[in-house]
Design a protein around this ligand. Structure first.
Ligand code: UD1
Ligand code: CA
Length: 459
């Protein structure tokens, strides 16, 4: 088996993005472009992966973490110069090196694998991954001779009018015989319109050295999109969204309007889940069978149980049980656990709260820093008063308790099992089990008050 190495080019600032963020960190489906490239390359067994990052690109290094070794390219003098920065790590090794760009986030692992296989079977010095498109503007063009062999690549900016008509493009991904690559890179000059050391010039150099140059034409141009500006970024997002949604639909998920459903790559959804339009599902969310999500909901890093319904709501970093009804317009904030058969209705906000099975908070309440047992009913307008401006305090509501409407529970406080809190109470002390607590001013009716007032005015 041939040794396999990868070099990922990720040092460019990306001037055409007009952004302070390094180009390769712009997210597609919530994940940095360069991370997509690394993840897909990692589906191929590699002996070494080296990412070329720009000077001061700490955020790029942070993103890459342990996934790849990296080398800094102090000045961005071109893609050829970028690959040369990995010389010390790779130059003497025997095997195949794939060079991939950090701004082509849609290329699939299987395409990288097919390119490696094609290259190694053909015994070429280099194999270029190419694609055909009706709109090749901006890409390097693949120039072939009369016998259809690849002669060289010309950059858009250096191309003649005739060359611009060529519709086969360089995707920016190549396999090389590793040692031949570093030998050829020594000969690359910057004698071109952009004054850069172009990696594609290696093709012509190798050809002149009598090495076989091969091209592997992928049928899917869409996959090879290079993201240089925000227009292409939106296009990549669209393609990735379609790819992810189709995967889920093939697995039995009903997505009512795939054009308006946004699911990040790590989300797991079981069959027979229904997803309504305008729904965004992020991070490591897991959704169990028969759940129904949306419309217009945003779920991030949650687990959602079987047959649970979430309508027009937001949920983050929480665990939600089976057959729960959420929304419309509920907000579940981090570290909450919602039991089976629970209900969170209109304009309810829950934070860092454990809500037991079959408990209900149906309307207009804030429940934060609370431990709520099972079969608890929390009336409309209840507030756990959890914050004194400095510290947060716990509210405990035991099983079967009933909290009347418009109550303030001033934490730390405990409402005992099976007790009642009368509507409008401001509870400052613990309520014993099975007790009724009334904590509000007693009502006084002043009989005839209005009549007297009216009579006085008439006099
Ligand atoms: C490049 C190719 C072009 C190809 C296209 C495919 C060259 C000269 N041109 O053009 O033939 O059709 O990709 O998308 O290679 N980078 C560095 N250091 C540098 C310059 C670039 O690391 O000094 C990185 C960038 O971060 C980027 C990648 O290399 O990830 C490609 O560079 P970019 O400037 O986007 O090249 P293109 O003009 O798109
Ligand atoms: Ca590019």
């Amino acid at each position: 088996m041939t040794n396999r190495y990868a070099v990922i080019l990720a040092a460019g600032q990306g001037t055409r993005m007009k952004s302070k963020l390094y180009k390769v960190l712009h997210p597609v489906a919530g994940r940095a472009m360069v991370q997509h490239v690394i993840d897909q390359l990692n589906t191929v067994k590699l002996d070494k992966m080296v990412t070329i990052v720009g000077f001061g690109a700490e955020k790029v290094k942070d993103q890459i973490g342990q996934a790849s070794e990296f080398v800094v390219q102090d000045e961005q003098l071109g893609t050829g110069h970028a690959v040369l920065q990995s010389e010390a790590l790779l130059k003497d090794k025997e095997g195949t090196t794939i060079v991939a760009c950090g701004d082509t986030p849609l290329i699939k692992g299987e395409t990288y694998q097919a390119l490696f296989n094609h290259h190694e079977e053909s015994g070429a010095g280099t194999t270029i991954l190419t694609a055909k498109t009706d709109n090749p503007a901006g890409y390097g063009r693949v120039l072939r001779n009369e016998t259809n062999e690849v002669e060289r690549i010309v950059e858009h900016k250096d191309a003649s009018e005739g060359e611009l008509l060529v519709n086969e493009i360089n995707t920016g991904t190549y396999c090389f015989d590793n040692q031949a690559l570093f030998a050829a890179l020594q000969e690359v000059s910057n004698d071109n319109v952009q004054g850069e050391y172009y990696l594609p010039d290696v093709i012509e150099i190798m050809r002149n050295q009598g090495k076989k140059v091969s091209a592997f034409l992928t049928p899917d141009f869409e996959e090879t999109l290079g993201v240089n500006d925000r227009v292409a970024l939106a296009e990549a997002e669209k393609t990735m969204k379609k790819r992810i949604n189709e995967k889920h639909m093939r697995n039995g998920v009903a997505i009512i309007d795939p054009d308006h459903t946004y699911i990040e790559p790590d989300v797991v959804i079981e069959s027979d889940v229904i997803i309504h339009p305008g729904t965004i599902i992020k991070g490591t969310t897991i959704i169990k069978t028969n759940a129904e999500i949306g419309p217009n909901s945003e779920i991030s890093n949650c687990s959602i149980g079987e047959a649970t319904i979430v309508k027009q709501s937001v949920a983050n970093d929480s665990k939600i049980g089976d057959r729960v009804k959420i929304g419309p317009f509920a907000h579940i904030r981090p570290d909450s656990t919602i039991g089976h058969d629970a209900k969170l209705g209109n304009f309810v906000e829950i934070k860092k709260t454990e809500l037991g099975d079959n408990s209900k908070v149906s309307h207009l309440s804030y429940i934060g820093d609370a431990e709520v047992g099972s079969n608890v009913n929390i009336g409309c307008g209840t507030i756990t008063v959890n914050y004194d401006g400095t510290n947060k305090f716990l509210t405990t509501i035991e099983d079967d308790a009933f909290i009347g409407c418009n109550s303030n529970l001033i934490a730390p406080v405990k409402i005992g099992r099976g007790s009642y809190v009368a509507a409008g109470s401001t509870i400052t002390e613990n309520v014993p089990e099975e007790a009724l607590s009334v904590a509000r001013a007693r009502q006084t009716n002043k009989e005839g008050y209005v009549t007297n007032l009216k009579n006085r005015k008439r006099d």
